[in-house]
Every structure is written in C-alpha cells, then in structure tokens.
Design a protein. Sequence first.
Length: 349
Amino acid sequence: MKYKYLCLALVLFGGQLQAADRPHSLFPTSEQIDKLGASKEWRGLKASCKSDLSLKSRPIADFSPGPHYGPTGVVPDGENAPGPTLRRESLAVYDLALCAEISHDRRFSAKAEEILDGWAHTTKRVGTEQGEDEFNFYFPYALIGASLLAQDTSWHSDDLEKFVRDIAVPANHSNRPNNHGNWGVLLLATAGEYLHDQTLITRARQRWLDLMRTQVAEDGSLPLEICRSDTSNWCGGPTKGIRGIHYTHWTLFPTAIAAEILRNLGQDVYSAPEADLLCKAYAKAATWSLHPETFPYFASNNGKLDSVNDVAYFYILQSRCHAPDGPAVLSQFGVTASDPLLLRAIYGK
C-alpha cells in the first residue's frame, strides 16, 4: 500500500525517477547503464538514437526467409530481407531503450515501443527454419530493450507479451546441440525476463548447463563449431574450418550474455561446475584469436580464417574467467571489434 501511495505522489508532484531510484534493471544493470551514460560512448549512442527516431520500421507478416548458406557460400540478402531487417530493428530497440533510460527522453522510449508494437501486430508466422534461426539470433536484443521499457506505464504492451509467448518462444532452438542451442537459451532467458516467467528462466538455466557439458571438449574446443565451412556443407568441403573461430565466438557470445542475465535473475550459472567448462572454452577461443596459426584448420585454409576478431564478449568473460590471453586479445581487437550491445562501455575498465 505504501508503494502505491509513493507512486501516486511521484505522479502528482511530477517527480522524475533518478538513477538511484529506478527499478532494478537486469541487463544491463542499472549501475552499468549509469556507467554507459557517463562514458565517452554515450555521445555516439545518443546520436545513433536520434537517427533511429526517423527509422521506418518494416515488420514482416510471414517471416520465412530462405537458407543463409548455399553450396558455394552465403546467399546474398537484399536490403529489406527478413534477417537484416529484424537485426537492424531489434538493435534499434535496444539502443533506444538505453537512451531512454539514460536521458529520460520520452521520444526514445516511444519510438522503441512503436517498433515493438509493429512487429507484434504484423508478424503472424515464422515459417522456415532460417526464420526461426534469425529470431533466435536477433530478437533477444529487442527483448532486452522491451524489459528496459516495461516500467513505462503509458505503454500498453499486452500485444507484445502475447507475441512473445505465441510466436517468439515457440521458435526457440534451445534443444539444438550446436550454437543454435545457445542462441535458443538466450531467447528463452530474455523472454523469461521480459514476461517474468520463472518456468522459462529455469528452463534456460538448465539447458545452459546441459550445453556446456555436451559442447566443450577436454581441450576447451567446441567440436561442433571448429569444423564449420562457409557453405551448406557445414563441416566439410575445401573450406572446412574457415569459419571455425567465428562460430566459436558465435557460440560463446550468447552463452556469456545468457549467463549474465541468469546471474542477475538469481539463477547464477557461474557458481556451477559447468562454468569451468565455459572458462575453458573461453581460454581456447582467446588463444586462437591471438594465435590463429595454432587453430587446427589454419594451414588447410592458407591462413585465411573468417571473423577471428569478433571478441566483444571477452569484456564479460575476462571479468569472470581471467583467461591468460584475454587481455592481449582485447588490447589488439577490443576497440575495433563489432560491439552491438556496447559491452566495451558497459564492462570495460
């Protein structure tokens, strides 16, 4: 009852929640958001959010893209293809939600909510396996943003909640044995956080633990990932292994984000024995990133390996695992690595 009257008083007197008074944010945490707002990256993020205010959202009714890989390589996407569109708009929601948290500018939250509502009202079907893949890969960003926006009492988000339960969650691939499973866990964790659904959160944690036990080899490698080619001959052909380090990073990135979310939800995985397997895999990824010539498929690909420097998630895992090669990798690649969730500013020193 006291809380009810306090909220009423804040409304009546035009009180604005300050950083210390905000409801606790689970990812990024309120403290991390404050750190971002005080960092040099805030100016660039704010400029990006202002640009996103004019973004023309293009939600897709039948989200059914074709395969990403063909027999000879990646199948090119058009500018408004489903996958790039979902990624672009999900990241815009994430950025706008952060900008709204930092600046308290209602324009940013309203635009993010408009984008989310557009997808909730438009998308009726995820009709292909590739479509499900891309919801696993990209929609978690939008869900993190949605969780940050949930405290906005002027936003009627019932339609989005139904969309998440009926469309997004059933598309999750957490049961898959390879990187798709890790992205599926992230989708479950972010959906569970947004929906306040303890069943989804518990399911995400258990599957996170299962995947560490089944994916990480004795030497720290991820056998289902290191063999990856750049064609639909996933683990074979003349380019076998060319994307092996890339897919190692692609697996550990959602694993790290999910671990942070679960930790903040009171479902810590770092205290479990499986965390040692994560740290072992991270240490191996760090060594290969710093010394790619030690990667098993380096010579067979003439030293040309894809996306060795996708290491932004190292800012998280170096603080949890302390891999010997981690600092050198971040020193070499950290500033230039793709960093869609702004992990450098949130976790870096």
